[in-house]
Design a binder for this molecule. Structure first.
Ligand code: SF4
Length: 212
């Protein structure tokens, strides 16, 4: 059986919920029963209001509001008071700017840096030669500590700002607070990870053909 591959779908039939000519790899038809089950959990569960507000925010700001503005709109429509930012130490200035924006819009804002409770990399098996600067102490980010601290501080919605790939994985796996992402870490592109994809057939061809 072919694996699900929506990226190869010529005309996303799921837009109209009509699947007469769905491709063999279509997960909509393959998982019809399971989709009904998980959808019911959202519609009848705690996430119903998040789902409703997400759609309202999407339509209200469609192609007009930036993601920061949509974040404000989302949190406001949900009636939240205290937001929590988990940021990368390398984006502390941007974190300060985000705090200013959110406070200016009436929210209380808790913020925690990625080096909070940093763990010596050796503690989880990193070799000295695998560090950024071998021969020195390197404390790894501690996203589990960030998630814990934001929960303890009463964050009602966490906002990730520039956590590293993998560190965000740990954050999502350990937080119990609803979480969204404002920006992802990409040191090379100024935190615009889409750039290499736009140029994948030209200047960034190496990302598709790593042997070249
Ligand atoms: S779910 Fe099915 S119809 Fe929708 S994009 Fe994927 S393959 Fe295409």
């Amino acid at each position: 059986m072919k694996i699900a591959k929506c990226s190869d779908c010529a005309a996303p039939l799921c837009y109209l919920n009509v699947f007469d000519h769905a491709p063999a790899f279509c997960p909509s038809t393959r998982y019809e029963r399971e989709i009904k089950e998980v959808s019911r959990e959202v519609i009848e569960g705690d996430l119903k209001e998040v789902a409703r507000i997400s759609s309202v925010v999407e339509a209200a700001g469609y192609c007009k509001k930036t993601r920061v503005e949509e974040l404000v709109d989302f949190a406001r429509r949900l009636g939240l008071r205290r937001l929590g930012i988990a940021f990368c130490v390398g984006l502390r200035r941007e974190a300060g700017a985000l705090v200013d924006v959110l406070e200016g819009n009436g929210f209380e804002v808790v913020s925690v840096c990625c080096k909070l409770g940093g763990i010596a990399k050796e503690e989880f098996g990193v070799e000295d030669g695998e560090k950024i600067n071998p021969g020195t102490y390197e404390g790894a980010c501690n996203p589990a500590a960030q998630a814990m601290a934001l929960e303890k501080e009463g964050s009602e919605l966490n906002v990730l700002l520039g956590l590293c790939v993998g560190h965000d994985t740990i954050f999502f796996a350990t937080t119990r607070v609803p979480t969204t992402v404002l920006a992802t870490k990409d040191r090379v592109t100024g935190h615009c990870p889409m750039q290499p994809l736009y140029l994948a057939d030209s200047y960034y061809g190496r990302i598709k053909n790593p042997q070249e």
